[in-house]
Design a protein around this ligand. Structure first.
Ligand SMILES: [Zn+2]
Ligand SMILES: [Zn+2]
Length: 292
C-alpha cells in the first residue's frame, strides 16, 4: 500500500467551546478540521469568540492543517436579487475575517443558484461576488490582517444550482482566481459515478486533469441518494451509495489534497472508527513524512 499523503479530518461542533473542539480534534486524530464561525442557517454576523486566539494557537501547536470554516448556507453570490447578492458578499467577507481570527485558512462557500437567469449570468455573478467578498474582507480585517481564502464547492446540480460539473467549477475557479472544494456526495449525485473502484478512479483522474492544483479540499461524504439523482444527503463512509472500495483509487488520483468528512455524528467510538477507516483507505494509518 502506498504511503498516505491526504490529511484526514472532519467537521466538528463548536457548541461546547473551541477548547472542547480542540480536545475532540486530538481524541479523533484529526489532521485537518472544519467548523462554523456563525449560525449557518441565519444571517447574523459572526462575533469574535473569546477563545479564538487559543484555538488559533492550539491548532498550530497540534499541527492541524488546513483549518477550514464552512460559510453560511444562505449565501448565494449568484442570486438574481441584487440585495441578496450584496448581502451574500458582505456576509462572506465577515466570515473570511472571522475565520482568519480563529486561525482558519479556508472558507468553503457554496456556488449558489442562478435562479432562472441562466448559467452564464449566474457564473458571472458568482465570480463578481467572490471578488467583492475578498475586497470587502480586506477592508474589514483588523490590525492582524488575517483573512481566510474562499473556496467554491461543487453542487449536486438541483434546480438552478451552479457548478455541479468539474468544467463549470474549474471555469469559476480560474476566472475568480480562486480554488475549489469538491464534495464526493455532491459529485456522485451530480452524475459522477463513484460506485465502483474503476469509475471512482476515473472520476478522481478527471478531476485532477480538469482542475489540477486548484482543488484545495475534498469533502468526503457518502451519498444517501443515487448517481445523477441531483439530491443531497450525507451518509457515513461505507453506509451509502459509494462503497469503501471506491475510495483508494479516488484518493490515489488526488494525492496530497486534504480531506474533511461532513458525515452524521455517531458515538465517539463510531467517529473514531470512521477516521481510522478513511485513513486506511487513503493509504495506511500514519501520514507519510512528506504529507504536507
Ligand atoms: Zn460539502
Ligand atoms: Zn452536501
Amino acid at each position: 500500500m502506498p504511503d498516505r499523503t491526504n490529511r484526514i479530518g472532519r467537521h466538528l461542533p463548536t457548541s461546547g467551546g473551541l477548547k472542547k473542539t480542540l480536545a475532540t480534534i486530538e481524541t479523533l486524530g484529526c489532521e485537518t478540521v472544519q467548523i462554523f464561525v456563525s449560525n449557518p442557517q441565519g444571517w447574523a454576523d459572526p462575533t469574535l469568540r473569546a477563545d479564538a486566539e487559543d484555538f488559533a494557537s492550539g491548532t498550530v501547536e497540534a499541527g492541524i492543517w488546513p483549518v477550514v470554516v464552512h460559510a453560511k448556507y444562505l449565501i448565494n453570490l449568484a442570486s438574481p436579487d441584487p440585495d441578496h447578492r450584496e448581502r451574500s458578499a458582505r456576509t462572506l467577507a465577515r466570515e473570511l475575517v472571522a475565520a482568519g481570527e480563529v486561525g482558519a485558512h479556508l472558507v468553503v462557500v457554496h456556488s449558489g443558484s442562478h435562479g432562472g437567469e441562466g448559467e452564464g449570468v449566474g457564473m458571472d455573478r458568482l465570480v463578481e461576488g467572490l471578488d467583492l467578498a475578498r475586497e470587502l474582507a480586506a477592508g474589514y480585517a483588523g490590525a492582524s490582517g488575517r483573512v481566510a481564502e474562499p473556496v467554491v464547492e461543487n453542487s449536486v446540480g438541483a434546480g438552478t444550482q451552479l457548478c455541479s460539473t468539474f468544467d463549470t467549477l474549474a471555469e469559476v475557479a480560474r476566472r475568480a482566481g480562486a480554488r475549489a472544494c469538491v464534495d464526493t456526495c455532491h459529485a456522485h449525485a451530480a452524475g459522477y459515478d463513484l460506485s465502483t473502484p474503476e469509475s471512482a478512479k476515473a472520476v478522481g483522474e478527471e478531476l485532477r486533469g480538469k482542475m489540477g492544483d486548484s482543488v484545495a479540499l475534498i469533502h468526503l461524504n457518502d451519498a444517501k441518494n443515487g448517481m445523477g439523482s441531483h439530491r443531497d444527503g450525507h451518509r457515513r463512509i461505507g453506509e451509502g451509495e459509494i462503497p469503501r472500495e471506491s475510495l483508494p483509487g479516488f484518493f490515489a488520483a488526488l494525492a496530497g489534497i486534504p480531506v474533511v468528512m461532513e458525515t452524521p455524528y455517531g458515538t465517539p467510538d463510531v467517529d473514531l472508527d470512521q477516521m481510522r477507516l478513511v485513513k486506511e483507505l487513503a493509504g495506511g494509518l500514519p501520514l507519510a513524512p512528506n504529507g504536507v
